[in-house]
Write a protein that binds this ligand. Structure first.
Ligand SMILES: [Zn+2]
Length: 395
């Protein structure tokens, strides 16, 4: 019988990564974050009026308020580095670098938050007929769905059976098929017992499942939750922890970069689907992966050579707007920042360092622009006539 085994080299690392992304005490509202960021940029030598900010946000309209604040504080509309889900379009570094002197890139994955239910992953869409809530980030949560269903199936179809001294576990045959191109794959070495010759201790074959003796370590982990003799068998449920399985899926890259986003999430996916707030966990992981990947791409970008540059990555928490609000109260939780001086020297600020660097920067910005006045001035500006008379050029 072919049994899938895999090295659990990454086991624990995603748990650690998620845990290291602190949420409590690291949050600041956008209306404070952006002026502080602007002042931090001046503090590292950037010149007012010569900074070209860029944002790598999801296409969701909930990201609009942060963009407006960037425009107000930096005095220019930010360049767009963002792909859906908060992936950074690293192939746009070149154009970005030619649009300004000093460079700022803000990456954020986002997640909705409903203050009434205190749940992450949902957001009120005021422009729908009944102002209903929908998923946020919808793209990320759309990706999660398939994995959540696979996990649901496994957690219902691995059964802990009451037995005497030996504990037995029945596993649906689908989950034992190693040749599948896609699906949830169990780390059977840690779940079932093996004999000295490396064969699984198979007890019996049923029509749609097989029953094995359970691995001693797994038995002790389940402890008193294992049903006693005379009790009904119970599905493994939440006892199917992320170190006991992984996912495999054929990923196709598409123009909207779903493939890229899904690639970022597939290895840590066991930790995401078992997390109490999967949409939040997915956004955190995506930010961590994107910071690491983008920072490396910045180092390789010729256009950024000899430039002052700041790249900051974090999490946008879109607090669902109340009925009378126009914009969400978006909050930002920084993850890390990369700071580069014109002479090429650079350093990384880890989460607490970024937070303190921002917290210690002034949250008032004398250079902020008044958007209403700016729009008003444009209204009053003398009309420019555009000529479409190409006849001479064409002939
Ligand atoms: Zn989104």
């Amino acid at each position: 019988m072919a049994i899938l085994m895999y090295s659990a080299s990454s086991v624990g690392s995603f748990f650690t990564a998620l845990n290291d992304f602190k949420l409590n005490g690291m949050m600041m509202r956008y209306s404070r974050f952006i002026p502080r960021l602007y002042n931090y940029c001046l503090g590292i030598g950037m010149v007012p009026g010569k900074i070209m900010p860029s944002r790598a946000f999801c296409s969701d309209e909930s990201q609009g308020f942060p963009i407006i604040l960037i425009a107000k504080q930096f005095g220019t509309f930010p360049f767009n580095h963002g792909l859906v889900g908060g992936v950074v379009a690293t192939d746009r570094h070149g154009p970005h670098s030619s649009h300004g002197e000093d460079m700022v890139i803000i990456q954020a994955s986002h997640v909705g938050y409903d203050p009434e239910s205190r749940k992450f992953g949902i957001y009120r869409r005021l422009q729908t007929e009944d102002c209903r809530h929908s998923s946020n980030c919808g793209k990320v949560m759309g990706i999660l769905l398939w994995y959540q269903e696979e996990y649901e199936f496994a957690s219902r179809n691995i059964i802990l059976e009451p037995s005497g001294d030996t504990r037995r576990i029945s596993i649906n045959n689908l989950l034992l098929r190693t040749g599948r191109a896609e699906g949830l794959f169990l780390d059977l070495e840690r779940i079932i017992a093996w004999d000295d010759r490396g064969n699984p201790r198979l007890v019996r074959s049923l029509s749609t499942a097989r029953t094995f003796e359970a691995a001693p370590e797994f038995i002790s982990r389940v402890g008193k939750c294992w049903p006693r003799e005379g009790e009904d068998p119970v599905p493994i449920g939440k006892l199917l922890t992320p170190d006991l399985f992984r996912f495999k899926r054929d990923l196709v890259a598409d123009t909207e970069s779903q493939g890229h986003l899904e690639q970022n999430l597939i290895d840590p996916m066991p930790w995401i689907v078992t997390h109490p707030e999967p949409a939040l966990a997915a956004a955190q992981i995506n930010t961590q992966v994107e910071f690491d990947r983008t920072y490396r791409s910045i180092l390789m970008e010729k256009g950024y050579l000899g430039r002052k540059l700041l790249f900051i990555a974090g999490l946008n928490i879109d607090i669902s707007p109340r009925l009378e609000q126009i914009f969400p109260l978006t909050k930002f939780i920084p993850w890390a920042a990369y700071v580069q001086a014109a002479d090429g020297s650079h350093f990384i600020l880890e989460q607490e360092q970024v937070f303190h660097a921002l917290a210690n920067s002034d949250s008032t910005n004398p250079n902020e622009i008044d958007l209403e006045t700016a729009i008003d001035e444009m209204e009053k500006a003398k009309e420019i006539t555009i000529s479409f008379d190409f006849t001479e050029t064409i002939n």
